[in-house]
Write a protein that binds this ligand. Structure first.
Ligand SMILES: [Zn+2]
Length: 297
């Protein structure tokens, strides 16, 4: 049975395989995803000890900085605000929020290694658990929720979006960040491009190099789709359609470059050639990050 796109509810079509995963694409919004999702066991095994985003102290000082203090400040949160950090990885955003006295943070992550690390940062509340259950696990509402590159890893990304919106206080803000499913920006890296060609070649024996290039350089591409890690390549049109159907929120959506100082804290400057190509590729379908700012009415 064919699965419809959960973002815009329209039909999908098979496009290619990545290993054993059959990748389908929404005929309307061009969101790509795995038709056969990995099992809960496979996902759990994959994330046990997964050191998300590089958990180390040098990264800590990249985030616990005046730049992020200003970023939090820009949201005009109420005094003693409550923050929820969904899939918080190293916990640095929660830590920064508390360090600059914006309020108290609740952190949740599925990886026990990450949680242990987050606890060492003395964050008010650290929950080891599946972010899918956040609504059941949380007994309060929040003024600020951040989910940074999490939903593309989940079997059911719309569930967590719905839960986060439900958990917002009136006027609460949810910053939802995930890869722009249509961005070409990462292709500036030769390593990334070669890897993508290899993956598609290995998984689709009948593909010619022309077919592969067609997929990589078409608007409906999903270049950042890597199951069992990235299960989704969500398009701007897809998320926009999904959010537009909710009447208890207002929202804006923008794309940001992989070179953006706030949304890519761990990005390392590459050599000039790559930077110029990135700049040009970003102009085509936007930068690698999609940033949704969702405000509860
Ligand atoms: Zn769609």
């Amino acid at each position: 049975m064919k699965i419809n796109c959960p973002f815009c509810k329209q039909e999908t079509e098979y496009v290619y395989n990545i290993d054993k995963y059959r990748i389908v694409r929404c005929k309307n919004c061009a969101t790509l995803f795995c038709e056969n999702m990995p099992s809960t066991e496979e996902i759990k095994a994959y994330y046990d000890g997964f050191k998300h985003g590089g958990i180390n102290l040098s990264n800590k000082y990249k985030i616990i900085s005046n730049a992020y203090k200003d970023w939090f400040k820009s949201f005009n949160l109420p005094k003693d605000a409550k923050m929820l950090d969904i899939g918080g990885g190293g916990g640095f955003f929660s830590c920064c929020f508390e360090k600059f006295a914006f309020g108290k943070a609740t952190y949740i992550d599925i990886d026990p290694v990450s949680c242990k690390f987050a606890q060492s940062l003395n964050i008010s509340e650290v929950i080891l658990g599946d972010v899918n259950d956040i609504k059941e696990k949380s007994d309060k509402k929040y003024d600020f929720i951040y989910s940074r590159h999490v939903i593309e890893h989940l079997v059911n990304p719309t569930k967590i979006i719905d839960s986060a919106i439900d958990l917002l206080n009136p006027k609460g803000i949810f910053i939802l960040q995930f890869p722009n499913g249509q961005s070409f920006e990462l292709l500036a890296s030769k390593k990334f491009l070669n890897n993508r060609i290899e993956v598609l070649k290995k998984s689709n024996k009948n593909f010619s190099l022309k077919d592969i290039c067609g997929f990589i350089f078409s608007k409906n591409t999903g270049n950042d789709l890597y199951p069992p890690r990235h299960l989704w390549a969500i398009s701007k049109k897809g998320i926009k359609t999904y959010l537009a159907n909710k009447n208890d929120i207002e929202f804006t959506i923008e794309t940001k470059s992989i070179r953006d100082k706030i949304y890519s804290p761990y990005y390392k400057n590459t050599h000039d050639y790559s930077r110029i190509v990135m700049f040009l590729l970003e102009k085509i379908h936007g930068g690698n990050h999609l940033i949704c700012k969702i405000i509860k009415k």
